[in-house]
Design a protein around this ligand. Structure first.
Ligand code: NAD
Length: 380
């Protein structure tokens, strides 16, 4: 077996050192279905761990473990910032999503999730779909983000876009003293599920947009929309979006978009968009600060989808989710205020805010044990 030799070289001390910040790591092995997965639980101070399940043909166990550890830690911060009473976790399945999936594999995965007795809730991520988790749902209740027909909240890009708009409002409040969306110019990158909804709301508010997408259909759709709104749209080439003379850059396409190359081109006053992992390296947060560009930390401004899946356990209620999404406005304002007070970049102040939330609760909650069932977990 390809991985057997490799795991034997990871001595126990090394493994424990690597997971020093984590509470628990579960290696899931089911030869009959071919399941090889890792579930990492980073911190359950604020509640049971929550995080999606990725499926990827990782080159090694090492790489898969690294991803699970890194992403689960990120989820602790994201949950703390969104105030959803969940901690951070993540699962990775080692395999090719195009060729290695089967209903049995996801049922086996569901059994491992269930074995954690409520310490870990999961759902879709890169390489997995809601349909995969319908199989896992037969083995465990600890699945969120399921289709509406199965009691889920449905399309998470709706609350994600709503959250981005709240983040932009908070940003405008700091930039211009008022949180109106209109009368401001934006450079929107990506008109997909989230970006299109954000662009539409900005146009309806009377904003001036520079937009780009590699998908011609999305471009035609936004051009068509322009005529029925008070806003304006200018289409620009993919590579030109970074240098537009706009007030706010709204990245809604892919990660790593804030890097040395783009920072040199930016003329905007702020960056506020949905893309995950926008900073190519942590140091780019500081570089933005030095250039005087206000940055809405990605894991806070794009947490509307997380708020929806976390809320699903109360029973589906779109109004309640949208009401909770408003919290993003306050969180972004708090991060900006803290950054100014501490003289640090906004990513650093966001991390500090989350660490403080986790530390302040740890005396009361600490390690989450499944015997303490969340009152709001209504699914039996
Ligand atoms: P999507 O795939 O629907 O949209 C991405 C859009 O970006 C597509 O229209 C694509 O054509 C466009 N694009 C890709 N490369 C481009 C390029 N070089 N230049 C211009 N446009 C380009 O994805 P989405 O669900 O809208 O998510 C957008 C971003 O937000 C992603 O980074 C995603 O991880 C993040 N995010 C999404 C959600 C959600 O609920 N959907 C939640 C949190 C974070």
């Amino acid at each position: 077996m390809k991985f057997a030799e490799e795991t034997s070289t990871v001595n126990k001390l090394n493994l424990f050192d690597r997971m020093a910040e984590h509470e628990q790591v579960l290696f899931c092995n089911d030869p009959s279905t071919g399941l090889r997965a890792i579930i990492a639980i980073h911190n359950t101070t604020l509640g049971p761990a929550l995080g999606g399940c990725r499926m990827q043909p990782y080159e090694s166990v090492d790489e898969a473990l690294e991803d699970a550890l890194r992403l689960s830690k990120g989820m602790s911060y994201k949950c703390a910032a969104a105030d959803v009473d969940f901690g951070g976790g993540k699962a990775v399945i080692i395999g090719n999503p195009k060729t290695d999936k089967s209903p049995e594999l996801f049922r086996a995965f569901g059994q491992f999730v269930d074995s954690l007795g409520g310490r870990f809730y999961t759902g879709t991520d890169m390489g997995t779909t809601m349909d995969d988790f319908i199989h896992a749902l037969k083995e465990t209740n600890c699945i969120v983000g399921v289709p509406e027909a199965y009691g889920g909240g449905g399309d998470s890009s709706i609350p994600t876009a709503e959250g981005v708009l709240y983040g932009i409002k908070a940003t405008n409040k700091v930039l211009f003293g008022k949180d109106d969306l209109g009368g401001v110019s934006y450079a929107v990158q990506g008109l997909g599920k989230v970006g299109f909804k954000v662009a539409k709301a900005l146009l309806e508010a009377g904003a001036n947009l520079y937009v780009t997408d590699i998908n011609e259909e999305s471009i035609r759709a936004i051009e068509k929309l322009e005529s029925s709104t008070p806003g304006t749209v200018k289409i620009v080439a993919s590579e030109d979006i970074y240098s537009q003379e706009a007030d706010v850059f709204v990245p809604c396409a892919f990660g790593g978009v804030i890097n040395d190359n783009t920072i040199n081109q930016f003329k905007v006053k702020a960056i506020a968009g949905s893309a995950n992992n926008q900073l190519l390296h942590e140091s780019h947060g500081k570089k933005l600060q030095e250039k005087g560009i206000l940055y809405a930390p990605d894991y806070i401004i794009n947490s509307g989808g997380l708020i929806q899946v976390a809320d699903e356990l109360y029973g589906v209620n779109h109004e309640r989710v949208l009401a909770k999404t408003k919290h993003i406005y306050d969180a972004i304002l708090e991060v900006y205020k803290l950054a100014e007070a501490d003289g640090v970049c906004t990513m650093e102040s966001a991390n500090r805010m989350c660490e403080k939330r986790m530390a302040s609760r740890s005396k009361r909650n600490g390690f989450y044990t499944p015997t303490v069932k969340p009152k709001w977990a209504i699914r039996k």
